[in-house]
Design a protein around this ligand. Sequence first.
Ligand code: OGA
Ligand code: NI
Length: 372
Amino acid sequence: MTSSLQQIMASTGNGLDYDKEQELKTFDDTKAGVKGLVDSGIQSVPKFFVASSEETCNEKSDLRHTHFNVPIIDLRDIDKVGARCEIVKEIGIASSTWGFFQVVNHDIPQDIADEVIESIQRFNEQPNHVKEKFYSRDKMKKVRFNSNFDLYKARFANWRDTLSCLMAPNPPPPEEYPEACREILLKFSKYVTKLGQDLFKLLSEALGLNSNHLTNMGCADGHVFYCHYYPACPEPNLTLGHTKHRDPDFLTILLQNQIGGLQVLHDNHWVNIPPVEGALVVNVGELLQVISNDKFKAAEHQVLANCAGPRLSVACFFTTHFEPSEKLFSPIEELLSDDSPPLYRGTTVKAYIDFFASAGLPAYSSLTRLRL
Ligand code: OGA
Ligand code: NI
């Protein structure tokens, strides 16, 4: 074991000479992420991962509320008029109350979804000398691997490593994606594009707008994959896989494996979003909350750490923040009236994500900053 890792492992005690900045840098310099720590045989969670008890809490989760469940919406008959009407209604209710729902019969074949998960596992489990070539904190990089995008700013680090890949528009040449997942991510991207367009149509209709309204605004013009690897954690109660946050995009489509741990804050309770065979999780992002003028809600969510693992997930963010566009997104005119005045000032997608990324999690809500 390298001496730097020994140093990090020593920090799990209550050493008086704890230098957080230094420990973070030592960890970052390994370029091996949380998985590297686990592989080195760590038996306890280093101090910089430890959250306060309110942050890991679950004070707000309450087993009596397990009757709460994120809606599961069946998209099978999306092209039949009567059924579509029902689906639009369900999506509207889910997006305005939960900000989250799951979809089944979404036309993304199960073997594609399974292969995506396997390929991300393969990427993370290859020798470090292959993976470390992608390790970077450069926000402009279209393909980037690191542990904790906000490592140096967050109140505590998360038990998670992430590969992010810009898929559209203006993707990098295919050779820039890791070989372990290149082909399948490109294939998955095509399916997700189609599902995203379908969902934006349904969401437009749920807002009482023309089907193409949200896509015409550009909501489906771009997407980025955040491929997360959450290793098994020796002390899951001390940290989190992903600190609570809202997504700073228009919409997120999330594929998860069978480990579980994703939770949404609903009516002040943390509610589990259990893995459902064949389902994808969909959630409203903050930019959709802005343009829908609060008709749809971006809900806070988090991922618990787990003694089982690895948990794998691929979050597809519909966003165009890699584009330098000056286009402003503000509440949709058609949704405004004397009774429903605009609640937000306009923002560019890039300015929005830059603000989000400038602070560490848990973040002061970027939504509040735009509120009129
Ligand atoms: C995210 C996110 C949840 C998950 O990437 O924003 O919330 O299950 N991911 O990995
Ligand atoms: Ni999220």
